[in-house]
Design a protein around this ligand. Structure first.
Ligand SMILES: [Zn+2]
Length: 239
């Protein structure tokens, strides 16, 4: 693992939120006590050595934005964030959707992407690849992509229009009524030329160490977090 980049996926543990958000819920939009969410975010950032963090108002779309300032900021209406800023963490929040973290060691570029069914069907990971290439010259073959804990093909049952669309467009990943969303996203990445895809986590709906919307409906959100580590600013100043 490249020591110059932080790649981390959180789980339910180590926070202060009460049921049904117990305990390390990192999302403000799920009706948890905002003071608890703030404390959870503060603890998580401190533990990971994060001073600045950008997150997204995620909307299950395909818009991708570039973060160019080291600031705590929530980007409106998007599902992918890209940056070359050092010491700026990017965070994606999920409870079954796939948190996708991307790192290009060649150009020192990172991305955090929210890939649920709508986003994956719309090609959010391909949009992120396109934006990384256009803005920073990232070549897909240099990228290292990690897919975090998310709902598995074991539990992700669809019905109605969603099932029909999945069968029609991504039939290879539909088994009976269930969709293997991670396999679908992996295939999209590989078809676009990405060689290094790591997908080692289990199913959030089966594994109670994670928040799962499908299992619990009212629940918290875990995070995928990525950050380019730079020289410590305080050290620089003391030289
Ligand atoms: Zn499962």
């Amino acid at each position: 693992m490249d020591a110059s980049v932080l790649i981390h996926f959180t789980d339910r543990f180590g926070g202060v939120s009460a049921a049904p958000f117990e305990s390390n819920n990192l999302a403000y939009h799920v009706a948890d006590n905002p003071l608890h969410v703030k404390a959870n975010r503060t603890f998580t950032c401190k533990a990971l050595g994060i001073s600045w963090m950008a997150d997204m108002e995620q909307v299950h779309g395909t818009a991708v934005r570039i973060a160019t300032e080291r600031a705590n900021r929530t980007f409106e209406a998007c599902d992918g964030l890209i940056t070359q800023m050092e010491n700026l963490a990017l965070m994606v929040l999920v409870a079954d959707c796939i948190p996708v973290l991307m790192h290009d060691p060649k150009t020192r570029t990172v991305a955090a992407v929210h890939a649920g069914r709508a986003g994956a069907f719309g090609g959010i990971v391909l949009e992120a690849l396109r934006a990384m290439r256009e803005t920073f010259g990232v070549q897909p073959e240099h990228l290292h992509v990690s897919l975090g804990p998310s709902i598995g093909g074991c539990c992700y049952e669809l019905d109605g229009v969603a099932l029909e669309e999945a069968k029609k467009r991504f039939g290879a990943h539909v088994h009976g009524r269930t969709l293997d969303l991670r396999a679908l996203v992996e295939e999209q990445l590989k078809a676009a030329g990405v060689l290094h895809v790591k997908s080692t986590f289990g199913c959030t709906c089966c594994d109670t160490r994670y928040f799962s919307y499908r299992r619990d409906k009212t629940t918290g959100r875990q995070a995928g977090i990525i950050m380019l580590k730079g020289e410590d600013e305080s050290k620089k100043r003391s030289l």
